[in-house]
Design a protein around this ligand. Structure first.
Ligand code: THG
Length: 265
């Protein structure tokens, strides 16, 4: 599975403060911790408090690239912020994200092509958050066909079913999981699938049960064919659950000491 570290996000107070104070060492410490823990890529989000998101994402990109060449997943709902990040990035980038709305697709697909970036497509539109699997599939199919029509390679598209907190949408969890499986058969070649894992436990107390819910959901999503997740890679038990699930799903060659072997990597 492709692991995207979630921790460079202005949603976290320490990161919001580091962005405000331009404290590059605080950002770089968080980057290094995620990479050392096994992140393949880093989500980069200035957060809701940023007054100058264009300048802030450019500062974050430069600051992160000083210490890693991992993929940057530029996370903003504003195409202008994404474009600012793309302009300053040297590393490979994934755009996070487009929705199924035509104006978003028309802005972001050309940018993804121009910068040879990957693209995350959320199964959501201005019509609101999908309420079931059929609505998710319809929105995902609209994103896939816009990519096909505009010559963007579907293998570079990551479809996101939108994970909702279990305490507000418990009845939708099965639909979200089944969407992951069905997204893969929308087109040939298949798009990739992705989730924002921690969404599933947002607002669920206490911390210990949040971690347990996150890792249980990740294992289930992997069984439905998940390719990538935005998560906290420094959560050791989460990554161990991921590795074990991948072993059981025949994604790794079996060896008696597989976990130890993995840890040594
Ligand atoms: N899909 C895509 N991108 C995404 C999401 C998604 N990006 C953002 C988000 N969802 C994924 N990242 C996070 C990061 C943190 C949390 C949840 C998702 C989180 N934060 C703590 C909280 O809200 O309780 C903050 C705690 C603190 O302030 O310290 O849970 O779904 N494509």
């Amino acid at each position: 599975m492709f692991i995207i570290g979630e921790l460079i996000n202005g949603m976290y107070q320490n990161i919001a403060r580091a962005i405000k104070d331009k404290d590059s060492s605080a950002i770089q410490k968080c980057v290094k911790a995620q990479v050392a823990a096994g992140a393949d890529a880093l989500d980069v989000n200035c957060g809701p408090a940023s007054k100058e998101p264009l300048a802030d994402i450019q500062w974050l990109v430069r600051c992160i690239e000083e210490v890693t060449d991992k993929v940057l997943v530029l996370d903003s709902s504003k195409p202008a912020v994404i474009e600012a990040g793309l302009k300053s990035a040297k590393n490979k980038v994934v755009i996070n994200s487009t929705t199924a709305d035509p104006e978003k697709l028309e802005a972001l697909i050309p940018l993804a092509k121009q910068y040879h970036a990957g693209l995350i497509g959320l199964a959501i539109s201005s019509g609101g958050i999908p309420q079931n699997k059929d609505q998710r599939l319809e929105l995902a199919a609209a994103i896939v066909s816009a990519c096909v029509d505009n010559g963007f390679p579907v293998e570079e598209l990551y479809l996101d079913p939108i994970v909702l907190p279990v305490n507000v949408a418990q009845a939708q969890m099965c639909d979200i999981l089944e969407s992951i499986k069905e997204f893969k058969i929308i087109s040939e070649p298949a798009p990739k699938t992705i989730i924002g894992l921690s969404n599933v436990s947002q607002g669920v107390p206490p911390a210990s049960s949040r971690n347990l819910i996150n890792r249980t959901f990740l294992v289930m999503a992997l069984a439905f064919g998940l390719d990538a997740a935005i998560l906290d890679p420094t959560d050791r038990q989460l990554l161990e659950a991921m590795i074990s699930a991948e072993l059981l799903l025949n994604k790794h060659i079996y060896c008696d000491s597989y976990l130890q072997a993995y840890r040594r990597k």
